[in-house]
Design a protein around this ligand. Structure first.
Ligand SMILES: [Zn+2]
Ligand SMILES: [Zn+2]
Length: 371
């Protein structure tokens, strides 16, 4: 067992506690990674605020970048020394969904993941002899973590740490929602609800898909200039079906990409698309939310489709996003609100609570600054 300083969520709505805990070696198809950086976003806050069903103590963090230290038996795609992006969308490769190529729906990994366990239904973190649980199968707020091989994607050294740390979650989700789930034909009129990092990724993927028009509804006007740079053509402060009608001679748009996924935005999206149009549910709805929809909307061939992790396979889609990035077709400048040292993680969480957005947690920031 190795020692690792980790951020523990011990009870709902409490600050994270940084503590040295134990980490058992990787088992079959598992990888031990030393973290360089981690991304902090809304999903972590959901766990802190008690909107998830994880047991505690829990090591938070669901996205990150690091170096492979050790591999377990049967690992073939990464080796010690490799630089890897961590993804929560690991998959088994053997279940019905994986065989169909729908790895994002793999239940073999998702069910234990939702219970704070690795795919073999056990944990590797220990506080004394007490079990400590894994968040989203990643737990990147720890100097070291163990995760399933398919959640580790090898990358080159020329991708900046901050971008690498956040690529595996919101960027892949947003880009995949367009390129994998919806596949809008060139010239489509599209509306994006919300300009967080998922929304900004949706917008850019629409631009590279030659969408005819990209409308955005986003109340925070400070995000508008960046959204315009990403490809937005029409701006609205508040999302209503009338926004969509106002740019389509009253018909409604071809696609709405709802990254907010609130009860009201889902209900309005169905009205905002034209007859035969498609609503893509990109954001994660609250598990207890309900929406009332009139079936007549579907009688005129409107569609409401889900998109989990942008229907992406980390191994395939992270590589594709990096390819676009290197060619300058996707740009992530300004995606990260601020950088914090690992030791200051609670300050980062306060910033997230106050302003939303995405934060980069750097593990060696304090030592680098001191030296
Ligand atoms: Zn599977
Ligand atoms: Zn995330």
């Amino acid at each position: 067992m190795i020692k690792s300083r980790a951020c523990l969520l011990e009870s709902k709505n409490s600050p994270l506690v940084i503590k040295e805990i134990g980490l058992l070696p990787p088992k079959e198809k598992e990888v031990l990674v030393r973290l360089v950086g981690a991304g902090l976003c809304r999903s972590d806050l959901n766990a802190i605020e008690g909107h998830t069903r994880y047991d505690m103590p829990l090591v938070l963090g669901h996205e990150g970048v690091g170096i492979v230290v050790e591999i377990g038996p049967s690992v073939t795609t990464v080796a010690p020394g490799d630089r890897v992006i961590l993804s929560w969308a690991a998959y088994c490769g053997e279940c019905l969904f994986c065989k169909k190529g729908e790895t994002q729906l793999c239940h073999t990994v998702a069910w234990p993941r939702g219970s704070g366990k690795l795919p073999d239904w056990s944990t590797r973190f220990r506080d004394g002899d007490k079990e400590v649980f894994h968040f989203n199968g990643v737990s990147s707020f720890s100097e070291y973590t163990v995760l399933y091989e398919t959640g580790c994607v090898k990358i080159d050294n020329d991708i900046p740490d901050g971008i690498a740390a956040v690529l595996g979650c919101s960027v892949v989700t947003g880009v995949g929602a367009v390129l994998n789930t919806a596949k809008p034909p060139a010239g489509s009129t599209c509306m994006v609800v919300g300009a967080g990092s998922v929304g900004m990724s949706v917008i850019q993927a629409l631009r590279i898909s030659y969408a005819g028009r990209i409308a955005l509804s986003e109340p925070d006007k400070e995000k508008w200039p960046m959204a315009e740079k990403c490809g937005v053509t029409d701006f609205f402060e508040k999302f209503t079906p009338d926004c969509a009608r106002s740019i389509t001679d009253g018909l409604g748009v071809d696609f709405v990409f709802d990254t907010v996924a609130a009860e009201s935005t889902i209900a309005d999206s169905i009205i905002a698309v034209r007859r035969g149009g498609t609503v893509v549910l990109v954001g994660t709805p609250h598990p207890l939310s309900t929406v009332t929809l009139s079936p007549i909307e579907f009688h005129v061939e409107k569609k409401l489709i889900g998109s989990l992790y942008g229907s992406s396979n980390p191994g395939v889609d992270i590589a594709r996003v990096i390819d676009f990035y290197k060619k300058g077709e996707l740009d992530f400048d300004g995606f990260i609100n601020a950088e914090f040292a690992f030791e200051d993680i609670n300050l980062a969480i306060e910033a997230l609570k106050k302003s939303g957005g995405k934060y980069f947690i750097r593990f060696d920031k304090k030592t680098a600054e001191a030296g």
